[in-house]
Design a protein around this ligand. Structure first.
Ligand SMILES: [Mg+2]
Length: 333
């Protein structure tokens, strides 16, 4: 049986990074930090991961889960263009949770915080009767003038995504099916599910460039995340099926799993790549900036149009696909 004190002590043992603006971290009712710059805004985001819904400890190594738990929050800060600063970790743990699992989780969690220069400043621990629940709040900051919202996409803008899609969904399915040959053959797909890497540098570079109009990170799949941008911006969108960025490995793995790779890209979710829009005149500058600033690969997949709805064009065929991505309250793929 573990006690709350065990859990808190183990978390506090990990210490906290030094930050000159942090007056009080773990150990009081609230964390206290100085924000005095008029032109700087704070960004706050929170995400919860539930065992059995978002992760399965049977195949998810606890240290990689620790990394993922913070990565999914970092990705939200990246999607605004900001810099992450402070994290709060709330943990609901079953009393039979192995302390080794908790230690391993904290190892991965703290390593990820250190990598992105984020300080753990507090949180809460409670008992759970039904598996492990991880809730993380992340606080970031950025220049007020450079914040990129979802709500400013304009008709005529081009739609871009960073990196490749469908990898995490393919990786999840490989793990779920316990397919050891595919696990060996496609470690990059499995890693995309177990330990996604948020696009911090790219998000910041895009926001700094002033070239883009709207941005979101892709947590629920292109069909749903693009629909959020369209709804917030009161516009529609056309995505060209042949432009969907799918790696050959994703296509091959999908074939072995009996899945449609296009469906993985549109509805799979959890890729945590960035989706953004920009005027067509910025096309060349964006490609150059991405290439030089972060060495990232960007793909232009469609355009924003007047009206509403997200449409997938494939040759003559036009399908409406908005909100056909991952839905937290309906069965998965
Ligand atoms: Mg998000």
């Amino acid at each position: 049986m573990i006690s709350e004190l065990d859990v808190i002590r183990r978390i506090r043992q990990q210490g906290t990074l030094f930050d000159a603006n942090l007056l009080k971290g773990v150990g009081d009712d609230c964390a206290v930090f100085v924000t005095n710059a008029v032109e700087t805004v704070s960004l706050i985001t929170t995400d919860t991961l539930v065992e059995g819904v978002h992760f399965d400890l049977n195949w998810h190594p606890a240290d990689r889960l620790g990394h993922k738990a913070i990565a999914v929050n970092l990705s939200d800060i990246a999607a605004m263009g900001g810099t992450p600063r402070f994290a709060l970790l709330s943990l609901a743990a079953p009393s039979n949770l192995a302390l080794e699992t908790l230690d391993l989780f904290m190892q991965g969690f703290m390593a990820a915080l250190a990598k992105y220069n984020v300080s753990l400043i507090g949180g809460d621990t409670v008992k759970s009767d039904q598996g492990l629940v991880l809730s993380i709040t992340l606080i970031g900051e950025m220049d007020k003038q450079q914040v990129v919202y979802r709500s400013n996409a304009k008709p005529g803008d081009q739609i871009w995504v960073s990196g490749f899609l469908g990898q995490a969904a393919a990786g999840l399915e490989i793990c779920r099916q316990g397919h050891s040959a595919l696990q060996r053959n496609y470690p990059e797909l499995v890693a995309a599910h177990l330990e996604p890497i948020p696009e911090m540098a790219l998000g910041r570079a895009l926001a700094n460039s002033g070239l883009i109009s709207a941005m979101i990170d892709m947590s629920d799949g292109l069909a749903t995340d693009l629909a959020h941008v369209c709804e917030e911006s009161a516009v529609g969108a056309i995505v060209h099926a042949e432009r969907l960025p799918l790696l050959p490995s994703t296509q091959q793995a999908a074939k072995s799993l009996g899945l449609d790779p296009r469906q993985l890209a549109l509805a799979g979710g959890e890729d945590y790549r960035l989706l953004f829009t920009a005027a067509a005149t910025a096309n060349k500058n964006i490609q150059e900036m991405a290439h030089h600033a972060v060495g990232g690969q960007l793909h232009m997949i469609g355009e924003i149009v007047e009206g509403q709805g997200v449409f997938l064009h494939s040759g003559e065929q036009k399908d409406r696909i908005d909100f056909q991505g991952y839905d937290h309250f309906s069965p998965g793929l």
